[in-house]
Each structure stands twice: as C-alpha cells, then as structure tokens.
Write a protein of this length. Structure first.
Length: 146
C-alpha cells in the first residue's frame, strides 16, 4: 500500500510539473514587425505595432517618441518550442521540467528601447537605439550613435 501511495504522489507531482515549460513556451511574447521603424512609416503605424510611447518630446520642431517593448518570437517558433518541451517531458517522465522551465524563464524575448524621430509629415525620419541594437540592424532608419 505504501508503494502505491508513493507512486500516486510521484504521478501527481509529475502531472503538476508537466506543462510548465510547454505553457511558458506557448505564452512567450509575439514577434513585432520592426520594419515599421523604416524611414517614411507613419507614426500611427509605429504606435499600433510597438505600443504607446513611454515618453514624447519635441526637438527642433520635430517630435520624438521613446518606445520600450519586447521583441518576441514567431508563432512557428513558439509552437516548435512547446512541442519540443512536451516531447521531452514525455520521454523523461517529467524530469525535463527541471531544465525546461528555467530555460523558458530566461528566453522570454529581447528588450528593446528606441528613440524614434519623425519628420514634419509625422513619418519616421530616423531612430536612435538605446537598447537592443542587434535586433534593429536591418531597419533602414537606424543611426549609430557612437
């Protein structure tokens, strides 16, 4: 009888642990379209994709938004990670959660902070990167500030 109780407790524990990394992988932040930061994009498109600015200022008659957001993952990447974690959980009888949950806790997207400067038509003129430079190298309005 004692062995049955231990087995049931172990199954309950594994059932509780099962799905944490799977759930976390599926709930990671979505990937943003960073091409809204390309030169000429209207301000309204930038805000609708990346969210409301944390700060807005005017410099020399041009407006500037400071944006802070998390660049996440594509839907395919999130599904693939969730499937991998689920398969690893099954194959290891739930032991994968010991590694999978911390991995998903750390891999929760890239924080990005930028200053977006607009021209007189309220379209993107250029951006200055505060944080997350590597993710923004393909943006045409990227200006290195070094």
């Amino acid at each position: 009888m004692k062995k049955v109780n231990i087995f049931v407790a172990l199954l309950a524990f594994l059932g509780w642990m099962n799905g944490c990394s799977v759930y976390m992988a599926a709930r990671q932040p979505d990937q943003k379209n960073l091409h809204v930061l390309d030169k000429g994009t209207p301000r309204s498109y930038v805000i609708s994709e990346l969210g409301a600015p944390t700060y807005t200022k005017n410099e020399d008659g041009k407006s500037c938004d400071v944006l802070s957001f998390t660049q996440g993952y594509s839907k395919g990447a999130k599904v693939g990670r969730a499937v991998f974690h689920g398969a690893a959980d099954v194959l290891t009888l739930g032991l994968w959660e010991v590694a999978g949950t911390p991995i998903e806790a750390v891999a929760d997207g890239t924080p990005i902070k930028v200053e977006v400067y607009y021209d007189e038509k309220n379209c993107v003129d250029f951006i200055k990167v505060i944080q997350g430079e590597d993710d923004l190298k393909e943006v045409t309005s990227f200006k290195k500030t070094n």
